[in-house]
Ligand binder design. Structure first.
Ligand code: PLP
Length: 403
């Protein structure tokens, strides 16, 4: 049996011996899980009618769509009607910021974690002038401490707070349950970007956190599909107009096959992959121990903070990250220089700059992120490949390689 039955084979997926290229960029996107792929194919073949149409075939799709909503609601721990299907976290962040801009009293400010994904930071900048935005303080590891949020809420007229659950570049975890509770007690709106948390850590509790955004393709579902959890009080929330779908919260025909796949992926993650996290973290930690010895001087960014079990933001001892990424790619390992959406952008990542890395250091960071199908042998192979690339770079052998 093929090792990854959910993936279409492409020439670029093969290395010389015909095996798959080990994929270490799951924080950018994941391959479909087998359950997600099966659900998508079944729905695309058998439940393709428009769920809003007036005949029985469409009514069946409508029922299945609501079943998928119930499944997600059960995993998240909220009422099904609080879930709005959308295209993912970027849409969710933009919709929430636009809603806050319309609904918050003019004297209220928003407080945002500076290491958020650009979809939250840019949407906040777009909707709120600088004098209505406060940057939340972070500690040396990039963590927003609950005490800091409490002090800020006491000192400023804050109407809304945004703190992600886990960082996409460093994997650093935020105390989102504590912050959500603080905000709830003070009647302050709270947005939690759970894009990198879901599928890696248990989802329960997120349904009660406030406004929550997520993308299916980060946890083994399809791209361009996600959801927004509405808080209990979300009067007047309309993200897209032009249809009464999603109880009027978001017009537009629902992509039921993708939604079915998303629900299947999250259930599979919760039941199979999240419980396996401790074992997988041991493989990741063994990898870290190896690369800290060879090449000497490699350092883990955010090492002092709690981090996702799958992520290593590695500050390399020499060279520039894109050269390492190219050389690892030539050896059959797919890793990233940082967040996928920052690839090709000039300048260091805002996350690394915010937690104190200078431009040279930030230019030496690669992001390694494993997933549901990564094996221990692949982690070991990556450590060996890093050591080989280090030797090659030290001896200048890379000069003949074009990036
Ligand atoms: N938030 C985080 C933490 C992410 O990692 C990403 C994707 O990189 C997003 C939001 C945006 O997700 P999407 O591109 O699916 O909208």
């Amino acid at each position: 049996m093929a090792r990854r039955p959910s993936r279409q084979l492409a020439l670029a997926d093969f290395v010389r011996d015909g095996s798959f290229v080990p994929y270490f960029d799951h924080n950018a996107t994941t391959p479909l899980t087998p359950a997600a792929r099966a659900a998508w194919l079944r729905a695309a073949d058998e439940a393709w009618q428009n769920p809003s149409s007036p005949y029985r075939g469409a009514a069946r799709v409508r029922v299945q769509l609501e079943q998928a909503r119930e499944q997600l609601a059960q995993v998240l721990g909220c009422a099904p009607e609080r879930i709005v299907f959308n295209s993912g976290a970027t849409e969710g962040a933009n919709a929430v910021m636009a809603h806050w801009a319309r609904r918050l009293a003019a004297d209220r400010k928003i407080a945002v974690n500076p290491t958020e994904h650009p979809c939250v930071l840019e949407a906040a900048r777009h909707q709120f002038p600088a004098e209505r935005r406060i940057e939340l303080p972070i500690d040396a590891g990039g963590v927003v401490r609950g005490e800091a949020v409490a002090a800020l809420l006491a000192a400023h007229p804050v109407g809304a707070v945004a703190v992600m659950a886990a960082n996409n570049e460093t994997g650093v975890l935020q105390p989102w349950t504590e912050i959500a509770e603080l905000c709830r007690r003070q009647r302050v709106a709270f947005l939690c970007d759970a894009s990198q948390w879901l599928g890696k850590r248990a989802a329960n509790g997120l349904g009660e956190a406030g406004w929550v955004i997520a993308s299916a393709h980060k946890f083994g579902g399809p791209k361009g599909t996600g959801f927004l959890v509405l808080p209990a009080q979300a009067e007047g929330f309309h993200s897209l107009r032009g249809g009464e779908q999603e109880r009027g919260h978001r017009g537009g025909t629902e992509n039921y096959p993708a939604i079915a796949a998303m629900a299947a992926a999250l259930i599979e993650a919760e039941t199979a992959h999240v419980p396996a996290a401790a074992g997988r973290q041991r493989w990741r930690d063994a990898f870290i121990a190896q690369v800290q010895a060879v090449p000497p001087g490699a350092r883990v960014v955010g090492a002092g903070a709690g981090r996702l079990w799958n992520t290593v933001s590695l500050l390399l001892p020499q060279g520039v990250n894109h050269r390492w990424v190219t050389k690892l790619d030539q050896r059959g390992f797919q890793v990233s220089t940082g967040s996928a959406c920052a690839t090709g952008q000039a300048g260091p990542s805002h996350v690394l700059a915010t937690i104190g890395l200078d431009a040279v250091e930030a230019g030496r960071v690669i992001r390694i992120s494993s997933g549901w199908e990564t094996t221990e042998a692949e982690w070991r192979g990556l450590a060996a490949a890093l050591a080989a690339v280090d030797t090659e770079l030290r001896h200048g052998a890379d000069r003949i390689v074009t990036a």
